[in-house]
Design a protein around this ligand. Structure first.
Ligand code: ADP
Ligand code: F6P
Length: 328
């Protein structure tokens, strides 16, 4: 494969920020190796923007990322930094980059991390964003690294809960992650054949509607009831108590929690991370910056970071509506 023509040698830094997601290591590996292949120097920044403010750097060579593609979490570790959210913190971070000879920072993270990257761009540092979050809530992209592993991990757990729920003829409420977004809940709900899927974007807090649905479902021969609830709605335990009292059906709540963020990434997450990471390094080699990588309409592509952050993402209406019809 020909090398992408490099416009002068550059030093690039790579960091992971916000909630970790499976596949981040594959992205770090791809950025590092493709950048070195393109003739760049690479440094890893540990613990996200907080590590940048504390000059927590490590020189990266091709072997620094060996044996990492299959590992969950992030070898660079991650953090949430309050200091970096301030203007003073952003100026300090940009100064550190300049003093360290860093021309560009590749940020692997979610929406918040992208906002941090934009702030760094405004301070004159070139940035590149790679979507790394289990939540799938970045508007410019149909795919975010870690989502596939997270939904498969959650689904495996939900299937197990379904078995015991079916044996005991119970109602089970399973709460999945996603912060304010309902994508994990939607996918897991459809894929597990749930009777009700509660998404923050859609739920109107009419619990009576769920109660009526349980009662009606029992009349038509359903012996157990599975509800997938999104973290953005929460309150699964108290909801279970109220549903049990109103329906007389034994009801249990399970909050899946952090298990959804860990584990070895699926093939899909490793593949997307590898392509997206390499693309970020190639765009920098072409002299382009302040872009974010996305997967849109079946293609890997890139967007201006400003424009990407102004985009809005909505739960696909048809996919949400069909879930109800499939659970009759
Ligand atoms: P994620 O990237 O997964 O959405 P967060 O929202 O926690 O996670 O963001 C990660 C980090 O990015 C924050 O701790 C903060 O340092 C930085 N960040 C988030 N929002 C902003 C913002 N509006 N301006 C500057 N930095 C931000
Ligand atoms: O953004 C990923 C995510 O796992 C969300 O789904 C969740 O709301 C949040 O991070 C939890 O963050 P923390 O690790 O700070 O508890």
């Amino acid at each position: 494969m020909p090398k992408t023509k490099t416009k002068g040698s550059k030093k690039i830094a790579v960091l992971t920020s916000g909630g970790d997601s499976p596949g981040m290591n594959a992205a770090i590996r791809a950025v590092t190796r493709k950048a070195i292949y393109n003739g760049f120097e690479v440094v890893g920044i540990q613990r996200g923007y907080q590590g940048l403010l504390e000059r927590d750097f490590i020189e990266f060579g091709p072997r620094s990322v060996s044996d990492t593609i299959q590992r969950g979490g992030t070898i660079l570790r991650t953090a949430r930094s309050e200091e970096f959210k301030t203007e003073a913190g952003q100026k300090k971070a940009a100064d550190i980059c300049r003093k360290q000879g860093i021309d560009a920072v590749v940020v692997i993270g979610g929406d918040g991390s992208y906002r941090g990257a934009l702030a760094l761009a405004h301070e004159g540092i070139e940035v590149m964003g790679i979507p790394g979050t289990i939540d799938l809530d970045i508007a410019c992209t149909d795919y975010t690294i870690g989502f596939d592993t997270a939904v498969n991990t959650a689904l495996e757990a939900i299937d197990k809960i379904r078995d015991t729920s079916s044996s005991h003829e119970r109602c089970s409420i399973v709460e999945v992650m996603g912060r304010n977004a309902g994508y994990i809940a939607l996918w897991c709900g459809v894929a597990s054949g749930a009777e009700d899927i509660l998404l923050p974007e859609k739920y109107d807090y009419d619990e009576q509607e769920i109660i009526n649905h349980i009662i009606e479902s029992r009349k038509i021969g359903k012996t157990f009831h599975l509800i997938i609830n999104a973290e953005g709605i929460g309150h699964s335990t108290s909801m279970a108590r109220r549903i049990e009292a109103a329906t007389g059906m034994e009801t249990r709540a399970t909050i899946l929690g952090y298990m959804q963020r860990g584990g070895s990434p699926t093939c899909k997450d490793r593949y997307y991370a590898s392509i997206m990471g390499a693309m970020a390094a190639d765009l920098l080699a072409e002299g382009r910056s302040n872009r974010v990588i996305g997967y849109h309409n079946g293609e890997f592509t890139d967007f201006d970071i400003d424009e990407a952050l102004a985009m809005e993402k909505k739960i696909p209406e048809y996919q949400y509506e069909i879930a109800r019809a499939l659970s009759i």
